[in-house]
Design a protein around this ligand. Structure first.
Ligand code: TNX
Length: 542
């Protein structure tokens, strides 16, 4: 039985025989392994109907067991860190053992075990209830990167909470550990902020939406579009992800991409003019004014975000912020002078620094798209999401920034998966599965760009892990042309499976066992989960 796992583990040894998972089996787990053990219990219950007990001690009888064992000292709960995700999974004919020093590693082992079961067990109810055979195998595993993410844009098209939870399940199955939610943009504001009711009353709705699919989709038929998550919805999402050791990174895009904010609060803009929430896509000239009032707003939103999300990193956007309004505003120019800036274009850098200061007060760090490096730059503790030129990754690392590799040419899943004219409407260029499968997010020249042996890069209390690192890699799902979960899944899969492999597997394993050859087996898993993936041989929408 070939074990075509996605992502590919660091080391896999296939052994003869199978382990019979039946109702004679018990799961043995204590302490930090208890929650992951129940995650396994729940998955087995759903997929096989077996109600395998979780106990703290081995029984005296000879019941075969799946035993979770904590090994060594639990490493500090640092994120991102590959050490906490290390695990060993040993499946023998007479029992299964899972070892890790941290619950994150136990959860990853559970996901690998799920992939080793017959694909039909990934369904939400058993189609063939009862015992299943698991191939014997010995796996030693650790990810290449500690940040393995997917960004979902819920602003351009609101995506129901149930779909966010499903995406978390799919991410978990693929060993991804970050869901980045792009919560705000010109076309909609998607989170409730106590004290700012107009943001959701006005900013979450637009009068038109892009309808349909295919190349004719870019039309409007007067159907309004909207929606937002309540603070409880978001807390539920965070808790659901946390059980799977996935961090939900919220993004509030500022100071550009704020048409939805300004529709609700024109007083935060540069012209005072009230314009509706945007109904088309692109880059708009409207940006936040560099005023104390706008800054107070941004801080208030960050306070809410920090209260809901436990992520050590808060994304503040920073992409595509035109300077035109600032250049044309006497007040903005005066403010820039007052702040001692040499030009209004540095107002964005000032804004980033203010938000980074505020985040730091809460013990958090900001992330920004790579534009934050321009016109004055960003504080060194700001993490940079490199999305335009991949070469920027090396520059950002050399400047001492931690980096998330997210270049559009390799990991923008909103780009076309092929040049086939029958592809449903996507955006910009082409990112076929093969391009994703071949991309190395940290080739030597990028990873070696880090400042060497400079103690001054090490954050206080964290010796040995200086700034200037490649955290990992992240795929983007911008939803301009993805109106529904079904269209998101079509764009995402199976390319996101290849991103997961890129983020976890070693280059050596990726070269010797290309993800494209493992894909046919993996698609059976996606079939069982009911994922609306794009078939390997092209479009059939729908
Ligand atoms: C650029 S990537 C954007 C988004 C668009 C995307 C479409 C980035 C930081 N900004 O606003 O949705 O291109 O691919």
């Amino acid at each position: 039985m070939p074990v075509d796992l996605v992502p590919h583990p660091l080391s896999v040894t296939e052994l003869p025989g199978t382990f019979l998972l039946s109702d004679d089996v018990v799961i043995v787990a204590r302490g930090s392994a208890t929650d992951p053990a129940w995650l396994l219990h729940d998955a087995l219950r759903a997929g096989t109907g077996l109600n395998i007990p979780v106990t703290a001690k081995h029984r005296n009888d000879s019941s075969p067991s799946i035993t979770f064992t904590q090994t060594g000292e639990e490493p500090p709960d640092a994120f991102p860190s590959t050490a906490i995700e290390r695990y060993r999974l040993d499946i023998r004919t007479d029992g299964v053992t899972i070892e890790s020093s941290h619950p994150a590693g136990f959860v990853r082992a559970v996901q690998t075990l799920r992939q080793l079961l017959p694909p039909s067990t990934l369904r939400t109810a058993p189609v063939a209830p009862g015992p299943v055979e698991v191939p014997c195998v010995s796996i030693d595993d650790e990810p290449r990167f500690g940040w393995r993410g997917v960004m979902l844009d819920v602003a351009r098209h609101f995506q129901p909470k149930e779909f966010v939870l499903r995406l978390i399940d799919l991410a978990a199955l693929h060993q991804l550990n970050v869901i980045h939610l792009h919560l705000t943009d010109d076309q909609g504001w998607r989170l409730e902020v106590p004290g700012w009711p107009k943001l959701t009353e006005i900013g979450s709705w637009r009068s038109e939406t892009v309808r349909g699919h295919g190349r004719a989709a870019n039309g409007f038929d007067g159907t309004p579009h909207g929606g937002y998550y309540s603070t409880d919805d978001l807390r539920e999402i965070v808790a659901y992800a946390a059980r799977r050791h996935i961090t939900v990174v919220p993004e509030i895009d500022m100071p550009g991409h704020v048409r939805a904010v300004l529709a609700a609060h024109p007083e935060l803009g540069n012209t005072g003019q009230q314009k509706p929430v945007a109904t088309t896509f692109g880059i708009f000239s409207e940006v936040l004014a560099p005023t104390d009032e706008a800054l107070a707003f941004a801080r208030d939103v960050l306070d809410t975000v920090v209260d809901i999300f436990d992520s050590p990193f808060i994304h503040i956007g920073g992409d595509e912020c035109p300077r035109t309004e600032w250049e044309e505003s006497d007040a903005a120019r005066a403010r820039a002078r007052e702040l001692g800036l040499s030009d209004v274009s540095e107002l964005q850098s000032w804004f980033t620094a203010q938000l980074a200061d505020h985040a730091r007060l809460h013990g958090r760090r900001v992330i920004g798209w790579d534009e934050i490096l321009e016109d004055g730059g960003a504080p060194r503790d700001a993490v940079v999401s490199v999305w335009r030129e991949f070469a920027t990754a090396a520059k950002a690392v050399a400047a001492g920034h931690d980096v998330i590799v997210a270049p559009q040419r390799a990991v923008y899943l909103d780009w076309y998966p092929s040049a086939d004219p029958d592809e449903p409407l996507h955006i910009h260029g082409h990112t076929p599965l093969e391009t994703v499968a071949d991309f190395d997010p940290a080739p030597a020249d990028v990873s070696e760009a880090a400042p060497q042996g400079d103690g001054d890069h090490a954050p206080a209390g964290d010796p040995g892990t200086g700034f200037g690192r490649i955290f990992g890699v992240q795929a983007q799902l911008w939803t301009e042309y993805m109106p529904t979960p079904r269209s998101v899944e079509y764009a995402a899969f199976p390319r996101l499976s290849a991103v997961a492999d890129m983020a976890w597997a070693s280059m050596d394993n990726r070269q010797h066992h290309p993800v494209t050859t493992r894909m046919p087996a993996h698609l059976q898993r996606l079939d069982a989960v009911g994922v609306n993936y794009r078939p390997l041989d092209g479009p059939r929408p729908w």
